[in-house]
Design a protein around this ligand. Structure first.
Ligand SMILES: [Zn+2]
Length: 151
């Protein structure tokens, strides 16, 4: 009997535990992250898409859904050569799937109007999966952002 190539060495008699059943549960958050990462990677860099833009500083504050508790933040100068024009930030909640804060449109309209400051708030549209309670709730966490643009 001829064994197909992919079946060769699939099982070696007498060596228990060689074959590991591949039934790892697919993690929806990881799946979403990977898909998003692909999308972002394939988008043009900010320098390519907005040649007029010479500097960009991002100031972010993460808040809970009620806008009261702060969950961290960051401020940094964006590297226009490396940063992508799909300008999206991850939701800070580890149990949130399908969310994130996509500021691509805000950035794009700011640049086309040549404004120096774009600020506002966006809500995460993801869903938080609570494993213990087996519940799924809208995330709605807030990102308060300030984009300082230079031309
Ligand atoms: Zn979220």
């Amino acid at each position: 009997m001829k064994v197909p190539a992919e079946m060769e060495n699939a099982f070696i008699p007498g060596q228990r535990g060689v074959i590991v059943p591949y039934n790892r549960k697919v993690n929806p958050r990881v799946q979403y992250r990977l898909a998003q990462a692909e999308l972002i990677k394939s988008s043009a860099s900010l320098a390519e898409k907005y040649p007029k833009l010479k500097a960009l500083t991002v100031d972010l504050v993460y808040l809970d859904a009620f806008g009261t508790r702060q969950n961290g933040g960051m401020k940094y100068k964006v590297n226009l050569e490396h940063a992508k024009s799909l300008f999206s930030f991850n939701c800070v909640h580890a149990d949130c799937v399908g969310g994130d804060y996509d500021l691509s449109d805000e950035l794009s309209s700011g640049i086309s109007r040549k404004v120096k400051l774009v600020e506002g708030e966006v809500r995460c549209q993801g869903v938080r999966h609570n494993k213990d309670r087996k519940s799924q709730d809208p995330c709605q966490s807030i990102l308060r952002y300030k984009l300082t643009l230079g031309y």
